[in-house]
Design a protein around this ligand. Structure first.
Ligand code: 13P
Length: 287
């Protein structure tokens, strides 16, 4: 059964570890992440971007697939199905379709508008037991064609959004989606510390988990980060393993690739990536 992400993240914040959000794109990714979470006895959050939602034909299809897998794979660890960087309308669609968690990304609005819209989403989501992530300070890099320049959130704005009854907060601290550039300045722990001082027990979310050195991840967790999002690293490991399989020419003597065999090495690579992250985040054994 899907659960809201609130309880697992409150526990993670109190226990000084982080739960991974791994983005899904299809059946293989979903299955790989669920099986790894079960093997690691770790709670897990399946992230769905609006683009991935469209690709998988829509939110109802995803809810059906994930619920079916949880039952048929015998998954007993806590699993949240979460809309990643949602617009207002898509948050409403996901709440209606049976997601257990949504992120309303109002970071590109004025703080006043972000507050108003976040409040509305909190009311709609909580009426159905769905958890809500809000964002302050845009996270840099490209996601679904939207390019944001990484910025550091204003701790006072974080406090204003955190007081709206949200369940966890994503705050920009110099993190970006995708690979970090050579001259990346690193995470601003000063900003993170100031945010945590003002927001207290609120679990904080670190986007752009790919390519952040382990020591920085651990320091971020010590300063209140309880959820870390990873997408690009799964894409890279999936692509590398698939490319290697194709280049090895295992195409059944010219009869074409068996689709299940073709996707198997990439799926195994995602499992290894997810396991490695769960170990670094400290969520293994915490289900
Ligand atoms: P990466 O693609 O950098 O891992 O970031 C994922 C993310 O933050 C999704 O919201």
């Amino acid at each position: 059964m899907l659960v809201s992400a609130k309880e697992m993240l409150d526990k993670a914040k109190a226990g000084h570890y982080a739960v991974g959000q791994f983005n899904i794109n299809n059946l293989e990714w979903t299955k790989a992440i669920l099986l790894t979470a079960q093997e690691c006895n770790s709670p897990v959050i399946l992230g769905v971007s609006e683009g991935a939602g469209k690709y998988m034909t829509g939110y109802k299809t995803i809810v059906g697939m994930v619920n079916g897998m949880i039952e048929e794979l015998g998954i007993t660890v806590p699993v949240a199905l979460h809309l990643d960087h949602g617009s207002f309308d898509h948050c409403v669609k996901c709440i209606d379709a049976g997601f257990s968690s949504v992120m309303f990304d109002g970071s590109h609005f004025s703080i006043e508008e972000n507050v108003e819209k976040t409040k509305e989403i909190v009311a709609l989501a909580h009426a159905k037991g769905v958890s809500v992530e809000a964002e302050v300070g845009s996270i840099g890099g490209e996601e679904d064609g939207v390019v944001g320049a990484g910025e550091c959130a204003d701790p006072k704005e974080c406090k204003a959004i955190s007081d709206l009854g949200i369940d966890f907060l994503a705050a920009g601290i110099g993190n970006i989606h995708g690979k970090y550039p050579e001259n990346w300045a690193g995470l601003s722990f000063e900003t993170l510390d100031a945010i945590q001082q003002l927001t207290g027990d609120m679990p904080l979310v670190l986007h752009g988990g790919t390519g952040i050195p382990t020591e920085m991840i651990q320091k971020a967790i010590s300063l209140g980060v309880a959820k870390i999002n990873v997408n690009t690293e799964c894409q890279l490991s999936f692509a590398a393993a698939t490319r290697e399989y194709i280049e090895a020419g295992k195409d059944q003597q010219g009869k074409g690739f068996d689709p299940r065999k073709l996707l198997a090495p990439g799926t195994e690579a995602i499992k290894a990536t997810v396991k490695e992250k769960m170990e670094i985040f400290g969520s293994v054994g915490k289900a």
